[in-house]
Each structure stands twice: as C-alpha cells, then as structure tokens.
Design a binder for this molecule. Structure first.
Ligand SMILES: Cc1ncc(COP(=O)(O)O)c(C=O)c1O
Length: 372
C-alpha cells in the first residue's frame, strides 16, 4: 500500500509553495556554482580522456580501506596537500559527505561545537550524528562565538571547542571575518573548521581560498569542494595528518563506503593545476562581479561584492513566480525558500559565473527590476 504520509506531506509542501521539483538547465546560467566555467571545459575533458587512455578505472570497486584505494586517490591527495600547504588531504565523494564525516567524527563527547547559524545543511547533518554538544552563534559574530565558549568553560566544559564557519556563505554571498575566527581559535585553544565550498578556486593565491593563510596550522581543518569552481565533484578535507588518520580509522561514512571514482580523482588532480593557473578567469569573474554590483545598484539592490548575489523577496510564492518568469525570459535563476534559508527570507540566488557575460548580467538586472 502506498504510504499516505508521504503523499500528504508532498501535498502540504505544495500548499506552502515549498514542493521542490527538478528542472533542466535552460537559458543563461545564473544558478550554477561552476564559477570559472570549468565543468564543461575542454581542459577537463582532455584530462578525463588522458586518464582513460592511461587505463585509469572508472570505478574503485570498494572502500578505500579495502581494494578501493588507488594510486589516483593517493596522487590527488599528495598534490592537494602540497597545493593547499596542508599537512594532509583526504578525498571524499562530495562536500556533503565531507562535512558529515568531519562533524560526526572529529569532535568528541567532552568537546563543544560552536557553529555559525547560517552554516550549510551538510554540517547540520554531521552534527546530528556527533556525540559532542552543539551551540549556534549569530551569523559572523566572533564575540558571540567567544561568549558561547566562555559559558561552556564556566559550566565546566573541559574538552576542545570546535568553531565551524564558512568562508563565503552560499545563500548570502557574504564572507566570514576569518582572521578574527582564527585568532579566537588560538586564544581559546579551539579548532577552526572552515568550509571553503564557494571560495576555493575563486579567491586567494592560486585559488587556494579565503582561509589559505591559515592552512598548515595545527588547529585548522578546511573543506574544499571540487564540484564548484574546480568543475568536477568530490571534496578535499585538509588539515593535520592526525585528523586524516583519525577519519580513516573512525569515520564510519569513510570506512563503510565505496571510494570515489579513480577517474574523477584523476580529473580533480588535473583541475587543481588548471585552476591554480587560471588567474585570467579569476580576474574576469571579479570584473563580472563589479559589473553586477553596478547593475544592481542602478536598480536599487545592495550588491554582495562576491559572485553570489541574493535578491531577498520574502514571500515564498512570489519568489517562485518571479524565478519562473525570469526562467521564461531565458535567465536560469532559481528561487530558494525556507528551510534552506531562514523563514521570511525567500530569495533568488543569483550566481555569477563565466558561463554568462556582462550583457547577460545587465539584461538580467533590468528584467528583474521590471518584475519587482
Ligand atoms: C557551504 C557548502 N558546503 C558544502 C556543500 C556540499 O558540497 P557538495 O555539493 O560537493 O556536496 C555545499 C553545496 O552546495 C555548500 O554550499
């Protein structure tokens, strides 16, 4: 018998204008995270063909701890550690998997996880599995994070605090004061967990991200996704070797899961080199961000200053209507609703990538202004 719970839940979601559906990418790209336009690039296709010609396998055939650990995984991790100036790197199947693994495995029962209230769903997923207590702090508020740790210490907390932030927030396009969080971590003997999903490849020297200066420290663990600016898929966990070793000994989703494709590992390795040399693309993206800022200001929207530009509408049904109208005009922009974003802040998430140009951005801003 078909479950009535599931059907009813979908009806409830539809009534609340929250029922999700899959759409194909149509029109000019204002929604992907393919910031440097590498996902469909000839250079990554060539890397894939070269790897296939070398005999690299498509499937790993098993967990990394069984027969699934290939030379491609190890070569990627060695190169990533060198590139990011980190003591070690661990490659996993996605950023979501990486965050679930980190949060579920590293913090221990006597520790405390303090996390930015806007942190990604994948970190929440890991925290649900974690044995450490968790406490959120106001977005980007270093003082609030410090207060939460002080309160916990005053109440007898003896373990390690873990401070979890993103460097560039995926739905707001704003950046964390990462130097201040790193300083706080030093002050209070905490470990800083940094999610560089939207910053890696785009910012920092060679695209090493906004936390590049802090990698290599004993108290910093960073997560870089390979499916966004790097144009592939998977994620790298970067940090002290002891954490890598701990994850592969104690991380259930690492131990009991098939290793990512060796072919993809090989393409990600090529992508690290390609992205490192892609200063021209980073510069073009920066120029587009400036152009978008100008176009947006002209129409009275506050520019975020990064490649992620939220246009907060508020009402969920109206947000989705506007998104659909823009899609109908050839602009592939998507509406984002609660619970992905806080209640009352449904928005269009405009993503600026090299897949669209200056004139596309100006036309998009003008179309949006007409609709609003
Ligand atoms: C901040 C952040 N962290 C992690 C992830 C998950 O990464 P992936 O898409 O590789 O699973 C995302 C995905 O959009 C993200 O925005």
């Amino acid at each position: 018998m078909v479950s009535s719970f599931h059907r009813d839940d979908l009806i409830t979601l539809a009534r609340a204008h929250r029922r999700r559906k899959l759409l194909s990418p149509v029109g000019r790209d204002f929604s992907s995270n393919d910031y440097l336009a590498f996902a469909g690039s000839q250079s990554l296709r060539d890397a894939a063909v070269e790897a296939i010609d070398r005999g690299v396998a498509v499937g790993s055939g098993g967990s990394r701890l069984l027969r699934g650990n290939t030379a491609e995984h190890e070569a990627l991790e060695a190169q990533a550690a060198r590139f990011f100036h980190s003591e070690s790197a661990l490659f996993v199947g996605s950023g979501f998997a990486a965050n679930s693994l980190i949060f579920a495995t590293l913090p221990q029962p006597g520790d405390l996880i303090v996390y930015d209230t806007l942190i990604h769903a994948s970190a929440h997923e890991g925290m649900k599995l974690s044995r450490a207590p968790c406490s959120s702090f106001t977005h980007n508020d270093v003082g609030a994070a410090a207060d939460a740790i002080d309160r916990w210490r005053a109440a007898g907390g003896k373990g390690t605090p873990w401070i979890a932030v993103e460097t560039l927030y995926s739905m707001d396009g704003d950046c964390a004061p990462i130097e201040d969080f790193a300083a706080l971590a030093d002050q209070v003997d905490a470990i800083l967990l940094v999610d560089e999903a939207h910053a890696a490849g785009v910012y920092g020297p060679g695209g090493r991200g906004l936390a590049a200066d802090f990698l290599g420290r004993e108290n910093v663990v960073s997560m870089v996704t390979c499916g966004k600016a790097f144009g592939c898929e998977g994620a790298l966990i970067l940090g002290p070797a002891v954490f890598r070793d701990f994850l592969l000994n104690r991380g259930r989703s690492f131990i009991f899961s098939t290793a990512p494709s060796p072919l993809i590992a090989s393409v990600v390795r090529a992508s690290l080199g390609i992205v490192a040399r892609a200063e021209d693309r980073r510069e073009r993206l920066r120029a587009l961000v400036v152009e978008a800022g100008r176009a947006f200001e002209r129409f009275g929207f506050a520019p975020s200053g990064t490649q992620i530009q939220p246009i907060v509408i508020g009402d969920e049904a109206r947000t989705m209507r506007i998104a659909e109208t823009l899609q109908g005009c050839g602009f592939d922009v998507r509406g984002i609703r609660p619970p992905t974003v806080p209640p009352g802040t449904a928005r269009l998430r405009m993503s600026i990538t090299l897949n669209s140009g200056e004139s596309d951005i100006r036309e998009f801003a003008a179309a949006l202004a007409r609709l609003l």
